[in-house]
Ligand binder design. Structure first.
Ligand code: NAD
Length: 258
């Protein structure tokens, strides 16, 4: 029987790449995230068509615990089981702390950190009972190091590493692993949006942001690719990764080796 994965924030960017990789590895996938209905349906059909896996979609707003409960309920109704949870949905705001909008702090903590707690809270018992499960948290290099003007994001991403380790310890004797993938910069809409914000916060041009801020952080001087993260997520879901748990896995072109 095919395993089932929920991938939050999988209508775009990294989550979409992970959903494609997991479907390609034989898992049924529940997509989640915002966007145009026709675009999301096109992604759903493309992934299902290429992989032969069943692919669903649920529009839960991951900042809302009740919506997260509905996501879990609908996934169980449709697929009968939940084996893998990928906590990927994320938002970002770049601003100096004294100007940081309070409501953005609350939203970033809710989506980038608390949502993972809720999704694991609602699915962990099932994974433990079955004796097999995978929790993958898409954290960030910003779970390991900080940058200025990203107070909420860095706090949420450091927080999710703590959650990762705790869940790993609670799942260890039950065949349930939990790891954090820590990407460097990936050229997705989340990063494209912060280029003008960073230019404003630092008083430099957008070209300088890409060259002197984003790629300067990565010794390889190249963006990480979505497919590289999808491949790692699929590996973490394999039995070869059964002893990898509680880790933060950087995929950051050497950024955190500095
Ligand atoms: P993205 O903007 O392309 O995708 C974000 C996804 O999250 C979208 O599907 C969006 O609809 C969804 N989303 C946002 N708010 C949501 C909410 N309230 N409820 C449900 N879904 C919601 O961004 P991305 O770059 O692919 O980011 C994905 C994850 O990777 C995030 O957690 C981000 O912090 C992390 N990350 C990104 C980078 C990068 O350079 N792009 C680097 C490190 C970590």
């Amino acid at each position: 029987m095919r395993k089932t994965a929920i991938v939050t924030g999988s209508t775009s960017g990294i989550g979409l790449g992970i959903a494609e990789a997991l479907a390609g590895a034989g898992m049924n996938v529940m997509l989640n995230g915002f966007g145009e209905a026709c675009e999301i349906e096109a992604h759903r059909r493309r992934i299902a068509g290429r992989s032969g896996s069943e692919v669903g979609y649920n529009a839960a707003d991951m900042s809302k615990p009740d919506a997260i409960a509905s996501l879990v309920e609908e996934t169980r109704e449709r697929f009968g089981r939940i084996d893998i949870v990928v906590n990927n949905a994320g938002v970002q705001t770049v601003a100096p702390i004294e100007d940081f909008p309070r409501e953005r702090w609350d939203l970033i903590i809710a989506v980038n950190l608390s949502a993972a707690f809720h999704l694991v809270r609602l699915t962990f018992a099932e994974m433990k009972d079955r004796g097999w499960g995978r929790v993958i948290n898409v954290a960030s290099a910003h779970a390991l190091v900080a940058s200025p003007f990203k107070s909420a994001y860095v706090a949420a991403k450091h927080g999710i590493l703590g959650l990762t380790k705790t869940v790993a310890l609670e799942g260890a004797e039950h065949g349930v692993t939990c790891n954090a993938i820590c990407p460097g910069y990936v050229l997705t809409p989340l990063v494209e949006k912060q280029i003008p914000e960073t230019a404003k916060a630092r008083g430099i041009s957008e070209e300088a942001v890409v060259r002197d801020v984003l790629l300067a952080a990565q010794p390889t001087r190249a963006f990480v690719e979505v497919g590289q993260l999808g491949a790692l997520a699929a590996f973490l879901c394999s039995d070869a990764a059964a002893q990898i748990t509680g880790t933060a896995l950087p995929v950051d072109g050497g950024w955190t080796a500095h």
